[in-house]
Design a protein around this ligand. Structure first.
Ligand code: GLU
Length: 554
C-alpha cells in the first residue's frame, strides 16, 4: 500500500508540513526545571471543584518553578458547548486566585503557542493526522454504526473484548481503490489509529491465557504505573474532521510544549492510548499526573464520589453564592491536596499560602476526601486574618451580586466594619464568621429591617419577671458605663429579684433561687439581639448606640 498516496487522497488540500509547526512552536526558553502546565476545560458551562482542584496543582507547579501555566479551551465536542461558558471558566478561576500566564482570555489569546482554542486548530490536527496516514499509522474507517454494533454482538458471543482492533478492524487494510470508491460514493469515515498492540490471548470463556504486553509509566502523583498496552484502533479524527480528545491532547500538549499534564483520574484508563499516540508521533511523553477523585463521606460514613446530581457543593458557583472567601477555599483545597500542608500551616500560621512548597509526591492518589465542615473550620481561621475593612468590601460585592436581600446592610460602612470586627481583637478571638450567607444571618440583629426575635426567654424566668428585668435595666442603663460597671448593675438586678449572683450558687442550692444572673442577662440579650446566644452584650450595645439600645429594650 502506498500510504503517501492514501494521505494525499484523504487530505488533498493540506499543504502544511509538520516541520513547519515544529518550527513555529519551538521548545520554550525557560529556566532549568521550569514546568509548563495547562488547564483544558471543556466549555460545558459547569465548572466544578475538581476543575479548581486540578487548576491549583497546575498553577502551583508552574509558578513554583518559574514555568508557564496556560488556558486551553477544549471545545471539539460541539454537543457539549454552552454559550458564555468560556467566560464563566475564566471568571470563576480568577475569582479563586487562579491566574494564567498564557492562553485564551476574554479578549483573545495571549502567548505564541496558540491558537489556544481547539476548534480553531483544525488545520494543525489535519496536518499531523495526514502524517500518521502517510506513515501507515492511521487509516480511514468506513464502518457504519450498525456494522460496529454487529461486531460487538459477535464479540460478546465469543467472549472477546469489545471494540475495533485486530481482526475486527475491517478497514485496516482496505485497498486504495476501495477507499477511493468509498469516498466517491460520499461515504463518511473516521480516522483510526492503527494500533501496534495486541489484546491478551483468551480461551473460549474469555479468560486470559496469555497476558497482554504491559507498559510502564511514571505518574507524577501515583508513582510507577504498569498497565496493559493499548490495542484499540482508537478514533483520532471524527467524521466531522474534528479530533477526539485523545488526538487533540497529544498534538496540543506537544506543540504547546507542556511538560506536565495534570488531569482527573477518569483519564487513567486511556493513558495507554495516549502513550501509543505519543510514540507513533515520535514525540517525548509529558509527565502525567492523575489527580485523585474528590470523595465525600455519605450519611452512613461510606466514601463516595462527589456527584453533580447529588452534591450542590461540587459546583464552584455554590461557593460564590454562599459567599465563601476565595482565600478560605484556596487554603482548604491545599489541605486536601497535600498531606503535609496542615502541619506546615501550624508551624507557619502567618505565612502566605504561596510560600508553601507544593509537591505532587505528597498528593493522595486514592481519593481526596472533601468535607464542608472542615472547609468551614478553615474559613473561620482564614477570615480572622482578613481585616474587617477588607471583609466589608468582599461581602458588599458578594451581596450586591448574589444576595441583594442583604445589600442594605452595607449602607453605613463604619457601622458594618465595627460589627464585623466584634470580638475579633482579643487574644482568643471569636470565630463566628464563616461565609457570606452565614455571616449576614449572624449579624442581622444589628439592623432593624432584619431583626427578629428568634429565641424564647429561659424557663427559669417568668413573663412577669422578664418585664421587670427589662424595666429595671432601662432605668439603670448608662451608655457610658464600662464593662464591669455594666455587669455589676445586672448582678444587682438579679439579686434584688431572687436570682443567684453566680451560676454555681444556683447549682448548689437550686431551691433558694429562681435562677441565676445568666438567666437574667439572657432576657436582656434576647431583647437586644433576638437570640439567647451572641457575642458580648456590652460590646453589642456600644455598636448599636444608645438610641437603638433603649428602643429595643422598650
Ligand atoms: N477537556 C478535558 C476535560 O474537560 C481536559 C482533560 C485534560 O486536562 O487533559 O475533562
Amino acid at each position: 500500500m502506498d500510504y503517501e498516496k492514501l494521505a494525499q487522497l484523504l487530505f488533498p488540500h493540506m499543504d502544511k508540513l509538520p516541520e513547519g509547526y515544529e518550527a513555529m512552536y519551538p521548545e520554550r526558553n525557560l529556566p532549568e526545571g521550569a514546568k509548563v502546565t495547562r488547564l483544558g476545560p471543556s466549555p460545558t458551562g459547569f465548572i466544578h471543584l475538581g476543575n479548581l482542584y486540578g487548576a491549583f496543582v497546575d498553577e502551583r507547579l508552574a509558578h513554583q518553578s518559574q514555568g508557564v501555566f496556560y488556558l486551553r479551551i477544549e471545545d471539539t465536542d460541539d454537543k457539549r458547548y454552552v454559550e458564555g461558558a468560556v467566560e464563566t471558566v475564566i471568571d470563576s478561576l480568577k475569582f479563586f486566585g487562579i491566574s494564567f500566564d498564557e492562553g485564551a482570555t476574554k479578549d483573545g489569546d495571549i502567548g505564541s503557542y496558540g491558537d489556544y482554542t481547539q476548534s480553531r486548530r483544525g488545520e494543525i490536527y489535519q496536518c499531523f493526522a495526514k502524517k500518521l496516514v502517510s506513515e501507515g499509522k492511521a487509516y480511514p474507517c468506513f464502518l457504519t454504526e450498525e456494522e460496529i454494533a454487529e461486531i460487538r454482538v459477535s464479540q460478546e458471543a465469543e467472549k472477546k473484548t469489545p471494540g475495533i482492533y485486530g481482526e475486527f478492524a475491517k478497514c485496516r487494510d482496505m485497498p486504495f481503490e476501495d477507499v477511493e470508491n468509498a469516498l466517491a460514493e460520499g461515504r463518511t469515515y473516521v480516522l483510526r489509529l492503527k494500533s501496534g498492540g495486541k489484546d491478551a490471548v483468551r480461551d473460549e470463556n474469555g479468560k486470559e491465557i496469555v497476558e497482554a504486553k504491559k507498559i510502564s509509566i511514571e505518574d507524577g502523583i501515583r508513582g510507577r504505573l504498569t498497565m496493559p498496552e493499548n490495542f484499540m484502533d482508537t478514533v483520532i479524527l471524527k467524521a466531522t474532521g474534528m479530533p477526539t480528545y485523545h488526538f487533540a491532547h497529544v498534538v496540543d500538549d506537544h506543540l504547546m510544549r507542556t511538560t506536565h499534564v495534570i488531569r482527573g483520574a477518569e483519564w487513567l484508563s486511556s493513558l495507554p492510548t495516549h502513550v501509543e499516540l505519543f510514540e507513533k508521533m515520535g514525540w517525548e511523553l509529558p509527565v502525567y499526573c492523575h489527580t485523585a477523585q474528590l470523595m465525600k463521606l455519605d450519611e452512613n460514613g461510606n466514601k463516595r464520589k462527589l456527584s453533580k446530581r447529588e452534591d450542590p457543593e461540587l459546583a464552584l458557583t455554590y461557593y460564590r453564592r454562599q459567599g465563601y472567601h476565595p482565600s478560605a477555599v484556596r487554603e482548604y483545597l491545599l489541605t486536601i491536596l497535600n498531606s503535609n500542608f496542615e502541619e506546615w500551616r501550624m508551624e507557619n500560621p502567618k505565612a502566605s499560602v504561596d510560600e508553601f512548597k507544593f509537591t505532587t509526591e505528597k498528593m493522595s492518589s486514592s481519593g481526596a476526601l472533601f468535607d464542608l465542615n472542615k472547609l468551614n473550620d478553615i474559613s473561620k481561621d482564614v477570615l480572622l486574618k482578613i481585616s474587617a475593612e477588607e471583609l466589608y468590601e468582599f461581602l458588599k460585592d458578594w451581596a450586591y451580586e448574589f444576595a441583594p436581600e442583604f445589600s442594605d446592610m452595607f449602607e453605613d460602612k463604619a457601622y458594618m466594619v465595627k460589627i464585623l470586627d466584634l470580638g475579633r481583637k482579643e487574644g482568643k478571638p471569636r470565630k463566628d464568621l464563616i461565609y457570606g450567607v452565614q455571616i449576614m444571618n449572624f449579624v442581622s440583629y444589628f439592623f432593624d429591617n432584619h431583626f427578629k426575635v428568634e429565641d424564647k426567654i429561659p424557663a427559669e424566668v417568668s413573663e412577669e419577671d422578664a418585664g421587670q428585668i427589662l424595666s429595671k435595666y432601662i432605668e439603670s442603663y448608662n451608655h457610658g458605663d464600662d464593662q464591669s460597671q455594666w455587669f455589676d448593675k445586672i448582678r444587682e438586678i438579679a439579686i434584688s429579684m431572687g436570682y443567684a449572683a453566680k451560676p454555681k450558687d444556683f447549682k448548689k442550692h437550686p431551691d433558694e433561687y429562681k435562677g441565676h444572673v445568666g438567666h437574667v442577662s439572657t432576657v436582656i440579650r434576647i431583647s437586644l439581639t433576638g437570640r439567647s446566644q451572641s457575642p458580648d452584650i456590652w460590646e453589642i450595645q456600644q455598636i448599636l448606640g444608645e438610641d437603638a439600645v433603649r428602643r429595643r429594650l422598650r
